[in-house]
Design a protein around this ligand. Structure first.
Ligand SMILES: [Mg+2]
Length: 260
């Protein structure tokens, strides 16, 4: 655990951490301004691979949060970097949205319709049976199985949930007996990639989020400092029940401003 004033890079979850749907939390803007004033860095890190980075940049900018390409890292972008670094020139079959396709293309990923080396699954809100059938065939033929994020569900309005990437992968796993490697939180890959990009070691990085089993676990797995805020999904009870404990717990992001 590192003292908060020694942290150089803050990796922030969005929903439940800095806003709830479209309402920015009191203190979020002051927190970001304090990071900027102290010459530290921040990146919003999300497991949602269905939307492009531009969607998030527009949403945050509308909320007056200073945000450029360098301040956003989605699990879709992480997949692009991961494929580019680990599987250059390999062919990929994608089960994902058009936004994710564009994201991967921007990292020069070869997306094909047949004979892929790799099947990549994302949070596909444009899913159809043909995609599932093809993915099953390619996995059975020996393609490598990668996926953006482990989440089974995505919360929508009125406390309802829809199937997320983890559920789509679960269907494919049941059908093929193949399990994917997930790149998003709680895997530490996204944090390692950002550590490399900014040249800041994990010992100087803090992850701030409201979900213990994704946000906090990713920081824990990367040996970064972890901060859980109680403004979203987690309660003290959830934290007490979890095997992984955050280094710091605060009611909201507002309580961290004076400590960095
Ligand atoms: Mg969250």
């Amino acid at each position: 655990m590192t003292k908060l004033n020694e942290i150089e890079l803050f990796l922030l979850d969005m929903d439940g951490t800095i806003y709830l749907e479209n309402d920015l939390f009191d203190g979020s803007l002051d927190f970001i301004n304090k990071i900027i004033k102290e010459n530290k860095k921040y990146v919003f890190m999300t497991n949602n691979s269905s939307k492009s980075k531009t969607v998030y940049i527009n949403k945050l900018t509308k909320m007056n949060i200073p945000c450029s390409y360098d301040n956003i890292f989605t699990s879709g972008m992480a997949m692009g970097v991961y494929l580019h670094e680990n599987y250059p020139n390999k062919n990929v079959y994608l089960v994902g949205t058009n936004a994710l396709k564009d994201e991967l293309l921007s990292y020069n990923v070869n997306i094909v319709n047949d004979n892929p080396d790799i099947v990549v699954v994302g949070f596909d809100r444009e899913l159809n049976y043909e995609k599932l059938e093809k993915a099953c065939k390619f996995l059975c033929d020996g393609a490598i199985f990668l996926a953006t994020n482990v989440d089974y569900v995505c919360p929508i309005e009125n406390k309802r949930y829809i199937p997320d990437c983890g559920s789509i992968c679960h269907m494919l796993t049941v059908a093929t007996n193949k399990k994917p490697k997930f790149i998003g939180k709680p895997d530490p890959s996204m944090i390692y990639l950002l550590s490399e990009k900014f040249g800041i070691p994990c010992s100087k990085i803090a992850v701030i989020g409201d979900r213990v089993y994704t946000d906090i676990a990713s920081g824990y797995n990367a040996h970064a400092t972890t901060i859980c805020v109680l403004s979203g999904e987690s309660t003290m009870e959830t934290i007490n029940d979890s095997e992984i404990k955050p280094d710091y717990i605060f009611n909201s992001i507002k309580d961290i401003i004076d400590l960095i």
